[in-house]
Structure formats: C-alpha cells, structure tokens
Design a protein around this ligand. Sequence first.
Ligand code: PAF
Length: 301
Amino acid sequence: MTAPAGTAPETLRHTPTVVRTRAELDGVLDRSRPVALVPTMGALHDGHASLVRLARERVGADATLVVSVFVNPLQFGPDEDFDRYPRDLEADLEVCAREGVDVVLAPAVEEMYPTGVPHALTGDPVSVHPGATADILEGASRPGHFRGVLTVVAKLFGLVRPDVAVFGEKDYQQLALIRRLVDDLCLRVDVVGAPTDRDPDGLARSSRNRYLSADERVRALALNRALGAAQQRASYGVEAARAAALDVLAGEPGVRLDYLALTRADLGELAERPEPGTEGRALIAARVGTTRLIDNLPLQF
Ligand code: PAF
C-alpha cells in the first residue's frame, strides 16, 4: 500500500521494506513503475520528510519511493564527525513509515565500496572528479568532500536507477554539483531541488542541529538573519548586501564565520553591480560552538 502525497494519515502507515544489498534491491523494485530516490545519510528529521513528500508528489502514488540511508565515509574529512554522525535506523524507519516510503536501502560500506573506499590522493578505485566548482565554498573548507558526495550519488543512481531524485536546496553547492554530474555524465535522472525546510524561527533543519546546546541554537539563528539582511539589501548591490549580512554577524560573537559568499545563482562570480533582475545566492558557513552549520538564500539584484 502506498500513502498519497502529504503527511500520511496514521491509518496509511506501512512498514517500508528494508534492503541492504544490490540483489535485495533488485528483488523488490518493480521496474515497470517509476522510481523516485531520496538519498540521505539517515538521522532523518522533518526536513527529510519534506523531501520525501516532494518526491511522492513528483512521481505519484503508483511509483516506488526509495530512501537510501548511508553515512558515506568518502565525503568526511579526517577531522570531521564521521564516527559520531548520528545513526539510528529504527528511528529513520519510523519517519519513512509515516511518510509512505516503500523501500529503504541501508547498505554496508562494503556493499557501496566493494573494491575499497577510494584513496584521498590517488583516487583509486574509480571515483568521480567533481571539477572546479567543488573547490570553492564548502569544497575549500572540506577538501575532497564533493568527490565523496558525487561518487556515492553516482553509485546510488547506478544501483537504484531512479527516474527522479530529490535533494535539498540547503546543500546548495551539492545540488548544483549533482546537476552537473547528471548533465556531464549523461545520467538519465531528473534531479529535483527542494526548498529548505526551516523551524518556525528560521533555523534551517539539519541533522547537525542536534549537536547544538539551547544557547548555541539561539546564536545559530544569526545565520538566517544575516542571509535575510543580504537578501533585503541586494537591490543596492553586492557590497551593500554583504555589509548588511556582516553587520548582523558582528552582533553575534558566538558565531565563527567560515565564509559568507554572494554568487550568481549558478555559483559563478557576480559583477559588483549586477544587471537588474540578476538572480544570485547568499551562502554562509559558520561554527556555533563545535558545530559547523551552513545555510543559503536566493538574492534578486
Ligand atoms: O546530503 C546528504 O545527506 C549527502 O551528502 C548525500 C547526498 C546523501 C550523499 O551522501
């Protein structure tokens, strides 16, 4: 049974089929029906639920909706939180059941990397070179991160062979690179970007928010406020927008800025005075306590 779009009523809850291997996946996928994929690293929250609902809306009630849950070692740097990244498959299955997910793919590392996790320097075995857009912003702070993301996404696309795959706009650079992956490698997947899901006070939902203390969570709201200030001042030009955002951050010493970038919508460089009507993006990364958070908003010049 498949739940319709929107939050599934209690009566429509059904337990998704959990598969761990390619063979098990092939055994449950009916290839005569459309397939939608929502790739995740688990620790599912309302933000993920909104991706799942959008996927269901896109493919319809008869399609098979697959959520993958895989904490991908290749996209974590040596000093990052791979070991402490939250893992709770039972809780993830609850969310998937509520949202009418049909199949949960939860593979082991050996299943995703049967010939080993690619080496950071040599790249062996084969991995995806993400190009120059992967070296800026998140990529500058997290070398190798997007090689890890694109490699695992290409593998997931190869395993699931989805018609549609949904990714959140919160990871804006990731979404842009996945679109490039699909275009440049001629993959036949319709990549759909989902608007960032936020708590009522504006904090972008993220699995890492659970690391924040109550006090840090309040401080973290400055990220969204700074982006909002840039958005409001965008019609006065790039520097005015940047100054407005920095002004907000100056009033919040608990937030350690990693980067604040104002770019074109495709992440290219903006002219100082963009043509009226130019669409851009304001992107921010900062540490609050020990937690690194990212967020972004669209800009209209
Ligand atoms: O956005 C994420 O959760 C991950 O980067 C993704 C796309 C599931 C790849 O591991």
